[in-house]
Design a protein around this ligand. Sequence first.
Ligand code: NAD
Ligand code: UFG
Length: 332
Amino acid sequence: MKILVTGAAGYIGSHTIVELLNNNYEVIGIDNFVNSKKEVVGKIEKVSGKKFKFIEGDVRDLEILNKIFNENDIEAVIHFAGLKAVGESVSMPIEYYDNNINSTLSLIKVMKKYRCRKFIFSSSATVYGAPNKLPILENFPLSTTNPYGTTKLVNEYILSDLYKSDNNWEITLLRYFNPIGSEKTGTLGENPNGIPNNLMPYIVRVAIGQLEKLYVYGNDYPTHDGTGVRDYIHVVDLARGHVKAIEKSKKGINIYNLGTGTGYSVLDVVKTFEKVNNVKIPYVITERRPGDVAECYADVSKAKREIEWEAKYNLEDMCKDSYNYIVKNIKK
Ligand code: NAD
Ligand code: UFG
């Protein structure tokens, strides 16, 4: 089966292409490198030992998409491409709405024309807003608190309306919790430019001495140690979830949480990271980060039941692999 993967050079896209190639899918990747590097394409081939077709371009560009669909018999699309920084989305809402919504509209227009109706969309746990109950089930109420989150929710609505208009579509909305880690060789991973916003990219920079200490955003949440609790998931498990979603794709709007189902606090992550990597992570407690929720973790039973997927890596693996990647890719 030929699959078009958008955002192919990104953190989750690159890991997913490796898994797809390992499972003998034919992949066509597209990325405009707005948040990734060209060298990732070669790295994917190195890690998987297989070649794939890659096109540099913007997913909103109908001419490029038409050419891709015209020249290849594409059966499914996995749509990762998008802008993803919550804080940036607040200061640049137009760019976020344009990129994250118009990319989906372009894709589904061209898919419709070429009668390709299998679509896997990268959604996020952020669409649950501040959940009233835990663990989070797929049918919980939806809301957002920032433009990034709103783009995810609007995409979900667009795809649901598309299905209502034509019941032949097979649409899967994957709501990721907190992906961290990297594949075993430490070739692919996450290394954002500038000072990282997310916990694990920040911790690894402290571990290698590029940042002095971690700022823990609040220790007065109603959690076991007062710090925020999240459902961290190994990116390789997440990537495997996409292969399962393709295998089990069916008509309808099919929504799955992809997480481990277990919540860990900021200090749990720090302690585990220190233990498995034998490094010290100095930290200070500072005030809460605006917009953060106390706890967020998934009920993952639906994915297990319907697409036969569950995470197999634990927090120790995630901490080891995140560190391995940064050690092998330190920017001097
Ligand atoms: P990433 O930024 O590493 O990857 C996204 C890729 O898309 C980048 O390589 C970027 O260059 C590319 N891109 C962006 N806009 C494009 C466009 N218009 N045309 C072509 N390429 C474009 O992000 P990621 O962590 O791999 O996330 C992938 C998807 O998963 C995103 O949609 C993101 O919102 C979603 N998601 C991520 C997380 C997370 O914590 N990483 C959590 C939930 C959901
Ligand atoms: N945290 C710190 N210090 C830091 C960074 C984070 O204490 O320097 C804490 C946060 O307060 C939170 C936890 O670590 O309690 C995790 O924070 P992240 O920024 O790593 O992740 P979030 O859960 O805030 O958000 C992430 C993605 C969103 C996505 C969401 C749900 O950034 O895009 O997961 O999937 F929507």
